[in-house]
Write a protein that binds this ligand. Structure first.
Ligand code: SF4
Length: 308
């Protein structure tokens, strides 16, 4: 049977090729906070609702060891998976004293069959001693660092209260490129006031930054966030699915063919998602993205200007 054409370089395919089998990412909540919430009276990004990261709010009460045990057992039992990636997902996972971070990462790596660790953080929260800790992990397993960028435009970053600039991101990428880690950047499509041209500019900058992977998703309006208040005051409109699909394809066309796409949409718990409601149907969104590529006759890299 002919294999279905893939329009972009999928993370699941990349992992299967690298490890010879499916690898399951176990989402972890280390109970950490974020410098953009706790320092200098900062209240966080306007879209942030920290508990939205965890499928279960109760996760914060469990140790990393317990979360790993539970995640591994579930993936083995329900999916027959035998290899795992420990994913420090919630909040800013480099925002703690380095000894505390080392102990947290150690709990996750103590399990057999864990092939690597993924650490999600902000570009302005990677001091030299944390970079050195991350480098030391590369001696024993594969390491991913996920950097929240969201936009390459400082005006947008200020508008959404990110608390860092594009230059901070470039500095973080440069520091991480000196150690043996895979860098994944997060970008949001549909941020307040951003035009198609600005989104494409961000795609071009991401393409030329020499990173390895990206996560792209639509702006989610979650209950009880500043963004939710803006929506209720009529200051922002949720993105229509057709617009997101078109912009996501524009974005991926700019990326070099070797760059791995970790994510192309986003989901949230039903009880906290205000808009866009179409996000709830992930397979429909991904199907529409494939259909848009097919209609255009393009794929990842079709408009790529970068040689990174
Ligand atoms: S950086 Fe992440 S955790 Fe911190 S406020 Fe922004 S979205 Fe929330």
């Amino acid at each position: 049977m002919a294999q279905m054409q893939s329009f972009y370089n999928k993370f699941s395919d990349f992992m299967r090729l690298k490890y010879g089998q499916n690898v399951w990412k176990i989402s972890l909540d280390a109970g950490l906070s974020c410098p953009n919430r706790t320092q200098d009276g900062k209240e966080g990004c306007i879209f942030c609702r920290n508990d939205s990261f965890s499928a279960m709010g109760a996760r914060r009460q469990m140790s990393i060891r317990q979360q790993m045990q539970e995640g591994i057992a579930l993936a083995r039992q329900k999916r027959g998976i035998r290899k795992f990636l420990a994913y420090f997902q919630s909040s800013t996972n480099t925002f703690a004293p380095v000894t505390q971070l080392a102990a947290l990462y150690e709990q996750a790596l103590a399990f057999d069959d864990v092939v690597g660790i993924a650490i999600s953080t902000r570009p302005d929260c990677l001091p030299a001693n944390v970079i050195e800790l991350i480098r030391s992990l590369t001696d024993r397993c594969d390491v991913w660092v996920e950097l929240g960028l969201q936009s390459s435009h400082d005006a947008t970053l200020a508008k959404i209260h990110r608390g860092h600039t594009f230059a901070d991101y470039e500095r973080a990428v440069a520091a991480l490129q000196k150690i043996n880690v895979r860098i994944c950047s997060h970008v949001i499509i549909g941020l307040p006031g951003e035009s198609r041209d600005e989104i494409i500019t961000t795609a071009g900058r991401v393409a030329s930054s020499g990173i390895d992977e990206v996560k792209i998703h639509p702006l989610l309006i979650l209950r009880e966030t500043p963004l939710d208040s803006m929506y209720r005051r009529g200051e922002i409109q949720p993105l229509a699915m057709a617009d997101y699909v078109s912009l996501a394809v524009d974005f991926v066309e700019q990326l070099p063919p070797h760059m791995v796409i970790q994510r192309l949409t986003a989901e949230s718990r039903k009880n906290i998602l205000v808009e866009p409601q179409w996000c709830a149907n992930k397979s429909r969104v991904l199907g529409a993205i494939d259909a848009e590529f097919a209609k255009r006759g393009t794929r990842q890299g079709a408009a790529c200007q970068s040689h990174a």
